[in-house]
Design a protein around this ligand. Structure first.
Ligand SMILES: Cc1cc2nc3c(=O)[nH]c(=O)nc-3n(C[C@H](O)[C@H](O)[C@H](O)COP(=O)(O)OP(=O)(O)OC[C@H]3O[C@@H](n4cnc5c(N)ncnc54)[C@H](O)[C@@H]3O)c2cc1C
Length: 395
């Protein structure tokens, strides 16, 4: 299945691969794996290294290649962008997925002229990066229950409250923040969207380390003053802006596992001291064959979503299906790899001689998280049931 990937898009990918090879040859990209697993970046030097790489991508014109030329992009199409993101994902290099594919396009549609001037160029240069301040301790799936409060005083909002799971707050420059401006029970009719520089006085970021060493954060707001000009959309009209960004977020689940699979296959082809290869065992071959089929399905589903977006066709449940299949395959992969490798597979990333660079052990711990991020799989299944199967909504 080709999904309309054209010669022009293949040429963009070939150009990008050659570009990354050159960066690697000049010693610019640290060795893989894992460069700085983007969301693991915790130490200031990791964060600086991440920023330096992204700014280089920006300077060389590789961020926002699907953006229209009027906003500084290269108008190369969504599929080309998807291929570029897939390549970065394969090489375990950082990208600014959220800012480039979600926040930027939302600003193009819902931002003021001043917002476009102020933020779009900075995103493309890799200087401005957003994190997402939606979830709260009492508002995850039920986002309309959020209670972080913003009160208008003169030409500023004063924000108080707490966000949770704010991934990337340690390296972002701005937070895309959903706040309550209506009555506490006003649900989706009382929410406003603000852009807040992360270094604004009154913001405290506290790390939350997940079971996979993956860092996310709690973010506290104590009388944080935000100019009214930083509001995107109308006061109490933030739900429309949030819905737009969430639609874009779900559409970009290009969590590809191709790299992990390739590494496991390499392990299976490596002969031991007696010249025996794991791949000579029929059972190993069957397991790897099944994994390869699953991973190929993930690729095809993601490509289908990218292709629908590229053709500006409506998405019903395709993004949800790709998300469920992708996150569950990501869990299956290290589980099978650990079964095949045996106890040696439990050695972690960074320990000398760890099979497959320690990725199965790390991925095994990380994989359950994927079922939550970008909307839980239970909720995605609800969407599939309603939109694809036409089943009634559960009340
Ligand atoms: C590692 C990680 C990174 C994240 N990054 C971000 C981020 O950067 N920014 C951000 O704003 N948020 C982020 N999130 C938050 C994420 O979006 C929420 O965890 C998710 O929406 C679920 O919300 P919750 O954790 O409050 O669980 P809950 O909403 O309390 O859900 C608990 C369980 O109940 C189920 N459930 C709830 N409602 C329904 C329903 N209607 N039908 C069926 N089942 C239901 C859920 O599927 C889940 O299994 C992140 C989460 C994780 C784990």
């Amino acid at each position: 299945m080709e999904f309309g990937i054209e010669q022009a898009e293949r040429e963009v990918l070939a150009e990008f691969r050659a570009y990354l090879d050159d960066l690697h040859a000049e010693g610019f990209t640290p060795a893989v794996p894992p460069l700085v697993r983007p969301d693991h970046a915790m130490a200031p030097e990791d964060i600086a290294e991440r920023r330096r790489f992204i700014q280089r991508l920006g300077r060389d014109g590789w961020l926002g290649i699907a953006w229209p030329e009027e906003f500084g992009g290269r108008d190369l199409g969504y599929l080309a962008q998807w291929l570029v993101i897939e390549e970065l994902s394969w090489r375990k290099l950082p990208e600014m997925l959220m800012s480039v594919t979600m926040i930027g396009p939302t600003l193009m549609r819902a931002g003021s002229d001043e917002h476009k001037r102020q933020y779009l160029g900075g995103i493309l240069a890799g200087d401005i990066e957003f994190c997402l301040g939606f979830s709260e301790p009492g508002a995850g799936t039920d986002l309309a229950a959020l209670q972080t409060r913003a009160v208008l005083e003169g030409d500023e909002y004063v924000v108080n409250g707490q966000k949770v799971y704010t991934t990337g707050a340690q390296y972002a420059t701005h937070i895309w923040l959903a706040v309550r401006t209506g009555a506490p029970d006003s649900r989706h009719r009382g929410i406003t969207l603000l852009i807040v520089p992360i270094d604004t006085p009154g913001i405290t970021i506290r790390p939350m380390i997940t079971q996979a060493d993956y860092r996310t954060n709690e973010v506290f707001f104590d009388n944080v003053r935000v100019p009214v000009a930083n509001r995107v959309g109308d006061e109490n009209g933030g739900w429309a802006v949030i819905s737009l960004s969430l639609d874009l977020e779900r559409n970009l689940n290009a969590n590809l596992q191709v790299r992990e699979l390739d590494e496991i296959i390499e392990w299976a082809e490596e002969p031991d001291a007696d010249g025996q290869r794991p791949a000579d065992d029929d059972l190993v071959r069957v397991e790897l064959g099944m994994l390869a089929a699953r991973v190929e399905i993930v690729r095809l589903m993601s490509a289908q979503v990218a292709s629908l977006i590229a053709r500006q066709e409506p998405l019903a449940s395709e993004a949800s299906m790709a998300k469920v299949w992708s996150s569950e395959t990501f869990q299956e992969l290290p589980s099978v790899a650990l079964d095949l490798i045996g106890p040696e597979g439990l050695r972690s990333v960074g320990s000398a001689g760890a099979p497959v660079h320690g990725l199965p052990e790390l991925d095994y711990r990380e994989s359950p998280v994927r079922k939550f991020a970008a909307g839980t799989n239970e909720v995605q299944r609800d969407i599939i049931a309603q939109r694809a199967l036409g089943l009634p909504r559960n009340r």
